[in-house]
Design a protein around this ligand. Structure first.
Ligand code: HMG
Ligand code: MG
Length: 309
């Protein structure tokens, strides 16, 4: 169904944005059903067929910490890469980088936390120790000409520490950029942010000299704010948005985290604003419906529900 596009008059919005599809990684890392590797590979390939050019495919973390992604090697061997498409993976440490490099990975993400409690729970490290762990990883990857995304989790609120001030995000952001990260992704891990906070964090980073072209936003939708927050970031000049097919997602080490911003909900809004994404919405709806059957639960995305079948 196509209701046409209506730009927001008077606002300078970018004509085109990039969506980083995190469904295979953030989406599947928290599911109780562990999908067979062949289904995961088909998922990745369907996302690419729908038009995605950046598909975060898996994580090279400790398999005991995230058993859902223990098949990372096998998955990368199974997916047929399409030229021009990037398949980033999460890598926390040198062991993870070794595993990824062995498979020819060219695009990695390290994942830090703004808060101490989540750093401990997710990486078994303090914030300082996590950055020390990332230092040789980012250096080696950059020397090898790889792209390195640096995630910052708990940028707006943390289930144990409460609201997070923008200056705390700025502090860790500056340190991640100094390590050599080529992009930062600002994570609202538990989906509590509201638009004023998004503006405050983006303005703080930009004022410190971090370019908008190096900033992505990563919203979870726990409180139904993800679309409002992504529109706010778009209006502030952000052009890279993380989203997950069907709105799957969550973090096993942040109990209150629910799904990511659904790719389909984001596409409905962006296409309605006349902004190009290169992604076919109906193919995404079909993919998320197909995946929901395999996971045995319906997609939480409103747009998938509206357009399915
Ligand atoms: P640790 O227990 O401190 O590990 O865990 P260690 O360094 O002490 O090593 C212990 C053993 O693990 C060693 O084996 C290592 O070789 C092995 P041993 O010598 O005892 O036989 N090991 C590994 N094996 C395979 N792959 C590896 C690896 N590293 C060590 N990479 C560690 C530290 C970082 C490994 C662990 O905490 C971990 O794997 N954490 C991952 C947690 C995770 O993946 N969380 C979800 C992703 S983050 C997220 O979802 C948020 C995000 O979406 C943004 C947002 O929403 O905010 C990105
Ligand atoms: Mg996440």
């Amino acid at each position: 169904m196509d209701f046409g596009a209506t730009p927001l008059d008077g606002l300078l919005l970018p004509p085109r944005v990039t969506i980083c599809e995190v469904g295979p990684r953030d989406g599947l890392q928290n599911e109780s059903t562990v999908l067979p590797v062949g289904v995961k590979a088909e998922f990745v390939e369907r996302l690419v067929d729908a038009g995605h050019t950046v598909v975060e495919t898996t994580s090279f973390v400790h398999p005991k910490w995230v058993p859902q992604l223990a098949d990372a090697e096998e998955l990368l061997r199974t997916v047929t890469p399409v030229p021009g498409v990037r398949y980033p993976v999460l890598v926390p440490n040198q062991r993870g980088l070794d595993r990824a490099v062995d498979l020819g990975v060219r695009d990695i993400a390290v994942f830090g936390s703004v808060t101490e409690t989540f750093a401990r729970r997710n990486l078994n490290r303090t914030v300082d120790e996590s950055l020390e762990m990332f230092t040789p990883v980012v250096a080696r990857a950059r020397e090898a000409g790889m792209r390195v995304r640096g995630y910052l989790s708990m940028c707006f609120g943390d289930p144990w520490e409460g609201r997070v001030a923008a200056r705390r995000v700025l502090d860790v952001a500056i340190r991640m950029m100094a390590l050599g990260c080529t992009e930062l992704s600002l994570g609202d891990t538990i989906g509590v942010a509201t638009p004023g906070q998004v503006v405050a964090v983006l303005d703080a980073l930009v004022a410190a000299g971090i370019g908008l072209d190096a900033i992505a936003v990563h919203f979870h939708d726990t409180y139904g704010q993800a679309l409002a927050n992504s529109l706010t970031a778009l209006r502030r000049g952000v052009t890279t948005f993380d989203a997950s097919a069907g709105g799957l997602g969550g973090c096993p080490y942040a109990g209150s985290a629910t799904g990511n911003l659904a790719t389909e909900d984001l596409l409905w809004q962006l296409h309605g604003l006349g902004i190009e994404t290169g992604i076919d919405l109906q193919k995404m709806v079909d993919t998320s419906t197909w995946l929901a059957d395999r996971l045995g639960r319906p997609s939480p995305s409103r747009t998938v529900t509206a357009l399915a079948g």
